[in-house]
Design a protein around this ligand. Structure first.
Ligand code: SF4
Length: 509
């Protein structure tokens, strides 16, 4: 009987960030033997105040992937349920699959949920380095050394994956890392013609998802900026290689008011939900280098971000979770200020610029995240878990595995130095050097006291003095701690810092 045949199929469950036909569980499935399950969880949608472009991106991409699988002949059970577990229960009740297989998920909580629900969990191939291999690499290194850092991991990845390497196992050009060439400030010639991102027309699926989400999300509505299918994501990749990559490297850390994207790839969202795979992206970048279309500094800088930093963060997440997410070693207890959560204006031009861009595009590039948003929260003593949550909800490429190490470890030093060797704190001088934000700002980046003192400069010195006990022992910042105590006006700086913090918390800075 057809009904019995239908019921005897196995199920492969595709989670919302596993949208690729080459990922482990789905590659083992065929339309004649497997039914595909996909679940939209209303609890997940309502779990945070999501930026609508983030929520739309994931849900629309899921619906398009289901369509793609149907076109490939699969019977897809795409269901909306209160929770993922409930969706699975309903699916089992309706179809009685002989087994449910699913690729390892991207979060600790999801792994627990799948184990509880008796799923067959297939080893993930979403990353180039599985987290178990990362753990083994780390252990072997720590047998010989006391510490490990991203650069060690990156060189190991480069060698074993054979990116930009000679046959003798040496880096091509003789240099592993072009970071020093990729830290230039904004161009002085006034260049502002950064290649515009590709966009597409919204269709009925987009409009339907937007209607479903608009009442309980924040941020500007989707405009077609973010691709929601593999076909469109590949177009974005080609656009990056042809038009953006040659300018990627030198100004990687620069921030300019005239461009929210500068020469960043804008590919991280697609990597994070599977529309693109890290190997195909790095292969395309390496090919462009081999064809002489891009220089070594931009090529190496980009490949380092993907096979180095991105995979390192993934490995650390699994090595240190779940306790790591709750660390708060600097005792930062101030609530996230209203300018993050309440659409409150601020006279800090740098912060206003970045938060406006996040509202418009659900995106800020890595230096804006680290040295504007993260830096402000670090030196103001904002609770790191609240910041993690905000970034996770507001960035189109947000995910717990990305945000926890990047915020708790890298940006907020809330792990006491387990991940980063120093806190990434700065005053207005660094922001002025790496951006053009300070021109025309209400505040004066050179002043640390007075009504128009730059809040970053004031809070930077106050932060160094406030955390003397912890930071005074850190060789990378001890000198700045000593410098803080040599300031003749330190008491006035500390007094001004209290005013700044009160204004920040009141939404009046
Ligand atoms: Fe930001 Fe201070 Fe520069 Fe103003 S002066 S843009 S607050 S760093």
């Amino acid at each position: 009987m057809p009904g019995l045949n239908q019921k005897s199929k196995k199920t492969v469950w595709v989670l919302g960030d596993q949208l690729n036909r080459d990922f482990a569980a789905i590659t083992q499935a065929t339309p004649s033997t497997h039914r595909v399950l996909m679940v939209e969880s209303s609890a997940k949608v309502r779990s945070k105040k999501w930026h609508i472009q983030r929520a739309h991106f994931v849900i629309t991409a899921m619906r398009r992937f289901a369509q793609e699988l149907r076109e490939a002949g699969f019977d897809v059970d795409y269901r909306k349920a209160t929770t993922l577990s409930q969706g699975l229960r309903e699916h089992r009740a309706e179809f009685a699959p002989s087994s449910v297989s699913v690729m390892e998920p991207a979060s600790h909580a999801a792994l627990t949920m799948l184990q509880r629900n008796d799923c067959d969990i297939v080893r993930s191939n979403q990353f180039l380095c599985h987290y178990e291999d990362f753990a083994q690499w780390k252990e072997q290194l720590l047998e010989r050394r006391k510490t490990f850092k991203m650069e060690d991991f990156y060189r190991w990845q480069r060698s074993r994956l054979n990116y930009l390497m000679t046959h003798d196992g040496e880096p091509e050009t003789g240099t592993w890392n072009y970071d020093s060439e990729n830290r230039l400030p904004p161009p002085k010639d006034g260049k502002n013609q950064w290649p515009a991102p590709v966009a597409h027309e919204l269709d009925d699926i987009d409009r339907q998802v937007i209607e479903e989400l608009r009442d309980h999300c924040v941020g500007q509505l989707p405009t077609g900026l973010w691709a929601t299918s593999r076909h469109e994501a590949l177009q974005r990749l080609n656009h990056f290689i042809d038009n953006v990559l040659p300018a990627f490297g030198p100004h990687e850390d620069a921030m300019v008011s005239s461009s929210w994207h500068v020469a960043h790839s804008l590919l991280s969202p697609y990597l994070n939900i599977g529309l693109l795979r890290p190997a195909e992206v790095c292969d395309a970048v390496q090919d462009a280098y081999r064809q002489g279309r891009v220089d070594i500094a931009s090529t190496e800088g980009f490949i380092r971000q993907v096979i180095g930093w991105r995979e390192y963060v993934w490995g650390l997440y699994w090595a240190w979770m779940p306790d790591y997410a709750e660390l708060n070693k600097l005792g930062a207890t101030r609530d996230l200020p209203p300018l993050f959560t309440g659409n409150v204006p601020t006279k800090m031009k740098c912060v206003s610029q970045v938060l406006t861009e996040v509202d418009s595009h659900a995106y800020a590039h890595h230096i804006q995240r680290l040295m504007i948003v993260g830096n402000l929260c670090l030196i103001a003593g904002i609770n790191p878990q609240q910041l993690t949550d905000w970034m996770w909800a507001n960035f189109v490429d947000g995910a717990e595995w990305v945000m926890v190490p990047n915020v708790v470890g890298m940006s907020q030093f809330a792990d006491g130095g387990q991940m980063a060797t120093k806190p990434y704190a700065s005053g207005g001088a660094y922001i002025d050097k790496m951006s053009n934000y300070c021109k025309g700002c209400h505040f004066d980046r050179t002043k640390r006291v007075g009504d128009n003192a730059c809040p970053f400069t004031t809070l930077y010195w106050d932060f160094m003095a406030r955390h003397e006990v912890v930071l005074g022992k850190n060789p990378r910042v001890a000198q700045q701690v000593r410098a803080a105590f040599k300031l003749s006006d330190l008491p006035e700086v500390q007094e001004r810092a209290q005013v700044v913090l009160q204004q920040l918390s009141a939404g009046k800075l």
